[in-house]
Design a protein around this ligand. Structure first.
Ligand code: DGJ
Length: 709
């Protein structure tokens, strides 16, 4: 690698949180380079000593066609067919939003072609989070083609790099696996279009020097806010540097950008932690609650859902009884799932009716108003399921508007779950989807919640609306979805909404601006959920993650199933008639405990203490604001015969405070056999010596309340 010194009048741009510095510097060639990314530098005078590279360096927004031989952030075909772009620094400005948040905007231009790129970096000081995206525009005579358009490019220089990815499928989301990155590329991407995260989730962890671990080591956690095709490219180059470029997946999406049009990339959001993934996750959790999630600081509703219980088979009487059960259980709301609509093509299974959002006369002769009223009489709120971006070919919507549907005009149609995706690049379709929500709300202003599902990837890539501009489909479709989400949020800012995609295939932080929570998986087997919730918790706070008690894995006790669900936003999806008197009493008590402790569980700091990936047990705790209350969850998954049971050392407590230790959520008549139950112990003791909650019994669980005296 050739390295040249920079001129003295180089420009430094410092992008900092309370704990992290990202430093950019112009070279003597006026191009912009990353010279540092890591823990915050304490001495300002040290900045000038940082190296700067002009050639083969770490260009902040690497362009294509010049002298760099590795992955670029931006690749343009200019109007005259030329494929090179070289960006030079022009200016930068800082906009302080408040004490904690500020935005740096850097303008770069090509001297030969009239291309402008603005790099945006928003820093969240306390939360130690940086968001970055770019805006690309031009004033060439004719449209240019964007072949690649990353949101961000970051560089690392470490002896080794380890990538943790989150992959899976329906009902087995976010399996964490780690591999070392060697020379060449590793790509994490999706091409599924709408149910985009079904096989790979839009986030990653990077261990610098060693594999990412929970309590120590340098790690970077990154995620992209894009509810469609995304791509992360990790490339180790000839000198052992790693570059990470993140953005929309350019697959089948070379974008035609008109003169004067601004192409805005999605937000790439990341944090750097020197204390492992535990700290990095807490950064994400508090940032999400403070800034990103819809109603991030607000309350959440406990609920009873009917999907696992009744599936499509219900009527007014069955639902009215369930609403009474919801009340009896003590939850806030009844949530009606799939199967309530369609008349010409009734939705009695997943083959028909999607798109026809009229209540089904046969099941619900008095429509939604009856249900809203029945819920009111029962004393709970009423929420409803929709999947408004989709259509079954067996529907009146498809009969009327086949041109609103993404499908091939001249090839056999391929169906996923017997359905097709509506063409959200078409403004008329956007209106239709918005109207699904708007009509329900106008007719039933007391509807208190929506579960918004999305069960199919885009399967037959052709938009009748875009005609010869098919290469805009994947991008314009997602923009159309955001247009609808935005209209819904503007008109109904206070309505909580659950983001769902056949389980957890949609969970990016752009969509979560419009949703209060998401559904991590249809798999509610509590053992599987321990892993799934562990995986999603790397990026999302418990407040955003719905967890329901169901009949999946009946071999586990109702206590075990409920204790697992109580780590996130608690709900039930089970008939109370399936429970005996003791089990019902236990559940009622659990709901009351959850409501009493949700300030700590949903808004506290999470500490993942013992990993289910590494041991036969797992333990997680939450510590509330002020360190006066904590809740510890411990689970024995599959202990071995005469296995040594280690104590669990707590974290996040005040060492000086004294805490009362009390096991809760016990079955009626059961006394706690926790060794330390009822004792008062110092935070110091609890964090250094710990408790002994683990047992040799399979699928045993405990919830332990820890209260400062
Ligand atoms: C998939 C969701 O993940 C389920 O919870 C349920 O709502 C079904 N769709 C309904 O079709």
């Amino acid at each position: 690698m050739q390295v040249k010194a920079v001129s003295d009048n180089s420009k430094f741009i410092r992008i900092s949180t309370d704990e992290t510095d990202l430093l950019l510097r112009t070279g003597s060639n006026e191009r912009l380079y990353q010279v540092y990314l890591g823990p915050k530098l304490l001495q300002k005078s040290d900045l000038a000593n940082l190296p700067a590279f002009n050639i083969d360096g770490k260009e902040a927004y690497q362009t294509s066609g010049a002298e760099d031989y590795f992955e670029s952030a931006l690749a343009i075909t200019h109007a005259d067919g030329n494929m090179t772009t070289i960006l030079k620094y022009v200016s930068s400005e800082v906009k302080k939003q408040d004490e904690n948040v500020s935005e740096t905007i850097i303008t770069l231009k090509d001297e030969v072609y009239p291309i402008t790129v603005k790099l945006h970096y928003v820093t969240y000081g306390k939360e130690n989070i940086i968001k970055s995206w770019s805006e690309i525009s031009h004033s060439e005579r004719k449209p240019i083609i964007l072949n690649r358009y990353a949101s961000s490019m970051l560089y690392f220089e470490n002896p080794a790099y380890f990538l943790t990815e989150f992959s899976g499928d329906w009902a087995k989301e976010v399996n964490m696996s780690t591999q070392e990155l060697k020379f060449g590329k590793k790509i994490l991407e999706t091409k599924l279009g709408s149910r985009a995260g079904m096989h790979t989730s839009p986030f990653f962890e990077l261990g610098l020097g060693q594999p990412a671990s929970e309590h120590q080591g340098d790690v970077v956690l990154g995620t992209i806010g894009w509810t469609g095709n995304f791509r992360f490219t990790f490339e180790v180059d000839n000198v052992g540097n790693l570059r990470v470029s993140s953005g929309i997946n350019p697959y089948a999406s070379s974008y035609e950008l008109k003169p004067g049009e601004i192409f805005t990339t999605p937000e790439f959001i990341f944090t750097f932690s020197q204390e492992g993934t535990g700290k990095a996750s807490r950064n994400f959790h508090s940032w999400a609650r403070n800034y990103q999630l819809k109603d991030g600081k607000g309350d959440r509703l406990t609920l009873l859902n009917n999907w696992e219980n009744t599936s499509f088979n219900f009527n007014e009487e069955i639902l009215s009884d369930l609403m009474k059960e919801a009340k009896h259980l003590g939850v806030d709301m009844f949530l009606l799932d799939d199967g309530w609509f369609g008349n010409k093509y009734p939705r009695n299974d997943d083959h028909a009716g999607l798109g026809d959002w009229e209540a089904m006369h046969k099941k619900l002769p008095h429509g939604i108003p009856f249900l809203v009223n029945a819920a009111k009489e029962a004393g709970v709120k009423f929420g409803i399921w929709i999947e408004p971006e989709m259509v079954n070919p067996k529907s009146e919507l498809f009969e009327k508007h086949p041109d609103w549907v993404i499908h091939q005009p001249n090839r056999e149609t391929y169906y996923f779950r017997n359905q097709l995706v509506l063409d959200l690049s078409n403004p008329k379709v956007q209106d239709f989807v918005f109207d699904v929500v708007d009509k329900i709300m106008k007719e039933n202003p007391e509807v208190a919640f929506f579960k918004w599902d999305c069960n199919s990837p885009i399967t037959n890539i052709y938009s009748p609306y875009l005609k010869e501009k098919q290469n805009q489909l994947y991008i314009n479709h997602v923009r159309g979805i955001y247009n609808v989400f935005n209209r819904v949020k503007e008109k109904y800012p206070n309505i909580p909404m659950m983001l769902c995609s056949g389980g957890g295939a949609r969970c990016d932080y752009e969509a979560l601006k419009y949703f209060t929570e998401f559904w991590p998986s249809d798999n509610t087997d509590p053992i599987e959920r321990l892993y799934i919730q562990w995986g999603f918790s790397q990026f999302f706070p418990s407040k955003a993650m719905c967890a329901h008690v169901t009949s999946w894995n009946r071999n586990t006790s109702i206590k075990f199933r409920t204790d697992v669900a109580m780590m996130c936003k608690l709900g039930f999806d089970i008939g109370l008639k399936d429970l005996n008197a003791d089990e019902l009493a236990y559940c009622q008590n659990a709901v009351a405990n959850f409501k009493r402790l949700k300030g700590t569980i949903l808004d506290g700091d999470q500490y993942r203490l013992v990993s289910p990936y590494e041991t036969n047990h797992t333990a997680i705790m939450y510590v509330g604001q002020g360190q006066d209350k904590a809740v510890l969850y411990t689970f024995d998954i599959n202990p071995r015969y005469q296995e040594k049971l280690f104590p669990v050392k707590l974290q996040g407590l005040d060492p000086q405070k004294k805490y009362k230790v009390e096991e809760i959520n016990l079955m009626t008549g059961r006394k706690s056999n926790l060794k330390e139950n009822g004792r008062t112990l110092s935070g110091d003791y609890l964090m250094k010596v710990g408790l002994h909650p683990f047992t040799s019994n399979r699928t045993n669980s405990r919830i332990i309340e820890i209260t400062a005296e």
